[in-house]
Ligand binder design. Structure first.
Ligand code: ADP
Ligand code: MG
Length: 297
């Protein structure tokens, strides 16, 4: 109200020493302690440099505070990213920038760019990557997985063998529930290399349990060298395979990659490898079966 005197705000003690009494050594020590306590590690570690830079840029107090906070936020984001990448257990570093689309004309770059937005992860959709060895399935899985991590989703990468080994072990040891919960948890579960080795009949049932648990909850990105029509052979059970595919393919993007192995292409280019008739040579496949004969377009 006009004329009425506002009561003075209560004095809040900041504990800040009067300038004349300030002991600079003590001040530096106190500030260091407070920054530690507030877990502002980046500001604490780079304080001298940041303050010098702020002074050089003649920032006012608000600008300087924002600049310090930005340094802290950037460092925390970097830490989160590197922690999430470690937790994801990617077998290698592969990026979409490093993927040569010209080398794999059966892949639509627009489709991959769309998947890179991770809307499918937000929606809990699945992605199925099919194709012979060496055509870039693992590369794309890792690259898309990294995009998902960068967007803040929890991601876990595993191979079909590793996953099923863990589930079978869990069943034998009475800890299946724990294992299923562990694989159901990440927002995106990447399952690489389904179909390279035949699975035990019990493994198909376990796989089905995991897929049903994740159904419409979290995304699965799965790769296989076998077309889905052959998955009943992979799982050794037609009914189980149909049930798995039913859930996996509902809300899914299926990408079939055709063409030559990129690995062999590189070997051929360098003259180290000459394709044999029928394409039955394997080069550096790490125990992976040789690629099937390249189909003529
Ligand atoms: P797959 O999983 O289909 O067997 P990979 O993703 O492991 O094949 O690819 C084999 C190697 O070739 C990897 O080092 C991968 O980074 C590389 N590679 C495959 N396709 C491409 C591509 N189109 N551009 C760049 N590198 C590729
Ligand atoms: Mg692979």
């Amino acid at each position: 109200m006009a004329g009425s005197k506002q009561p003075a705000p209560p004095a809040v003690s900041t504990g800040f020493p009067a300038a004349e009494a300030a002991d600079i050594t003590q001040l530096v020590e106190d500030l260091d302690g407070m920054l530690s306590r507030l877990r502002l590690g980046a500001i604490r570690e780079q304080l001298d440099g940041l303050l010098e830079e702020a002074a050089r840029r003649q920032l006012n107090l608000r600008e300087a505070l924002a600049w310090l906070c930005a340094a802290e936020v950037a460092s925390k984001e970097q830490r989160r990213l590197s922690m999430a990448m470690t937790i994801a257990h990617f077998p290698c570093v592969r990026t979409l920038e490093g993927f040569e689309f010209e080398a794999q004309p059966s892949i639509d770059p627009g489709k991959i760019r769309d998947l890179a937005t991770c809307r499918w992860v937000a929606n809990g959709d699945n992605v199925v990557l099919l194709g012979p060895p060496g055509v870039g399935k693992t590369h794309l899985e890792v690259a898309l997985g990294r995009e998902a991590v960068a967007r803040g989703y929890t991601v876990q990468f595993t191979t079909a063998m590793e996953l099923l080994g863990a589930l079978v072990k869990g069943q034998q040891q009475g800890t299946l529930e724990v294992r299923l919960a562990q694989y159901a948890k990440p927002k995106l579960l990447i399952i690489d290399e389904l179909g390279y080795l035949p699975l035990e009949p019990a493994a198909g049932h376990l796989f089905f349990q995991l897929i049903s648990r994740r159904y419409e909850q979290g995304s699965v990105l799965i790769s296989s060298n076998r077309p889905v029509q052959e998955w009943d052979e992979v799982f050794g059970d037609q009914v189980v395979a149909a049930a798995i595919l039913d859930r996996l393919l509902h809300h899914s993007h299926v990408l079939t990659i055709r063409g030559d192995s990129y690995r062999l292409r590189e070997k051929r280019r360098s003259g180290l490898f000459r394709p044999q008739a029928g394409g039955s040579s394997s080069a550096g496949g790490g125990g992976v079966p040789p690629p099937p004969p390249a189909k003529e377009a």
